[in-house]
Design a protein around this ligand. Structure first.
Ligand code: ZN
Length: 97
């Protein structure tokens, strides 16, 4: 049962910003590069929008190794996020552990 004990102590991961462990059943945010963030430090839709726009602006030739989407798909995502903020407002992107 040692593995389970360790899992319970550490949770699923720690917040990159404040180092707080995230436990099962809690809300958290996971970035595309695999970092965890607690509820307080989770990204919001507007943060992602800014990030996506920066990526588009900085990559004329589309040389993104880590992104598994095309430039058009990213542009579509930006449009979808802008629409969501316009209709339902900004919100934190959270999932339950
Ligand atoms: Zn945090």
């Amino acid at each position: 049962m040692t593995q389970t004990d360790t899992f319970l102590e550490r949770g699923i991961g720690c917040c990159e910003t404040c180092d707080k462990p995230i436990f099962e059943g809690e809300q958290y945010c996971r970035s595309s590069d695999g970092c965890y963030f607690c509820e307080d430090h989770a990204y919001s839709l507007s943060d992602v929008l800014i990030q996506h726009k920066q990526i588009l602006a900085e990559n004329d030739e589309w040389s993104l190794g880590e992104m598994d989407m095309t430039r058009d798909e990213l542009a579509q995502q930006i449009e979808a996020i802008e629409k969501e903020i316009a209709t339902s407002g900004d919100r934190k992107i959270l999932m339950t552990a």
